[in-house]
Design a binder for this molecule. Structure first.
Ligand SMILES: O=P(O)(O)O[C@H]1[C@H](O)[C@@H](O)[C@H](O)[C@@H](O)[C@@H]1O
Ligand SMILES: [Mg+2]
Length: 285
């Protein structure tokens, strides 16, 4: 078959749009909040409901047996987080749950699709802004129907860099995060930013609004769709140690070019973050 995944890509766009409409509606009512890995790792009924809607629609369309699913809330409820060679959907139903809870206006639905562990496409619907970002491997990245291109800034002094604080507040990690940010700010760069959603941050790299986004502690569902979008917009993805990007490693630098990425990497104070695909019995509580 010449183009086996086009139908899946088109369907993912429609599913993401529908999921975003559910989130927008839910944002109008009272939001009940629970916590997951820490007291600042928030989850709501909407996260769970939207994930069920997305996975339910995908299963109905493509069948249960042939496709696999890695979803943020399913993993939180004990399902496996192993990426195999099978066609696999990687889903963050509400990226930016803290923003959603507080009414901070960046919340995204993130859906990616991988085959043979290679990301084939990514769809990110920034649902409060009503912007649909999408990219297919080898076929370009778009916001709505406009092609996306990363910024051409090569001088770090003329850049804006995004990072986030994540949801692990152990003092030694927070210290490293702030020390890294301080060093980057003092390069100096034009500014540091953060939208509160990794998916949206990657769209900002892809659209040229910022030069880079890096984070340690994110999960595969936060960045899988964004990884395709950044790459197809002409950007680069690296590990925070300068090695190749590894989707399951929970760390990443995405940038408009390698010069900017490697300049940031020089300043990053790396800390341990257990891999998404770590064997379950070995996972720390
Ligand atoms: O809002 P969720 O889906 O939990 O994802 C956020 C993640 O939990 C945080 O660690 C990151 O800093 C945010 O950028 C994520 O997008
Ligand atoms: Mg997320």
């Amino acid at each position: 078959m010449e183009d086996p995944w086009q139908e899946a890509y088109d369907f993912a766009v429609e599913v993401a749009r529908g999921a975003g409409a559910v989130i927008r509606k839910a944002a109008e009512s009272e939001i009940k909040v629970s916590t997951k890995s820490s007291t600042v790792d928030l989850v709501t009924k909407t996260d769970e409901r939207v994930e069920k809607i997305i996975i339910g629609s995908l299963k109905e369309q493509f069948g249960e047996g042939t496709h696999c699913f890695i979803g943020e809330e399913s993993v939180a409820n004990g399902e496996s987080c192993n990426l195999t060679d099978k066609p696999t959907w990687i889903i963050d139903p509400v990226d930016g749950t803290t923003n959603f809870v507080h009414g901070f206006p960046f919340v995204a639905v993130s859906i990616a699709f991988a085959v043979n562990k290679q990301l084939e496409f990514g769809v990110i619907y920034s649902c409060l802004e009503d912007k649909m970002y999408r990219a297919r491997r080898g076929k370009g990245a778009f916001c709505d129907d406009e092609p996306l291109a990363v910024s051409d800034v090569a001088d770090i002094h003329k850049s804006i860099i995004i990072s986030e604080h994540g949801t692990d507040r152990s003092p030694e990690k927070v210290k490293k995060i702030f020390s890294t940010m301080q060093k980057i700010l003092c390069i100096p760069v034009h500014g540091l930013r953060g939208s509160g959603t990794a998916a949206t941050n990657m769209c900002l790299v892809a659209s040229g609004a910022v030069e880079a986004f890096f984070e340690i502690g994110i999960h595969c569902w936060d960045i899988a769709a964004g990884a395709v979008i950044v790459k197809e917009a002409g950007g680069v993805l690296l590990d925070v140690d300068g090695g190749p990007f590894d989707l399951m490693s929970r760390r990443m630098v995405s940038a408009n070019n390698e010069t900017i990425a490697r300049r940031i990497i020089k300043e990053i104070e790396i800390f341990d973050s257990e891999r998404d695909d770590a064997p379950v019995q070995k996972k720390k509580k």
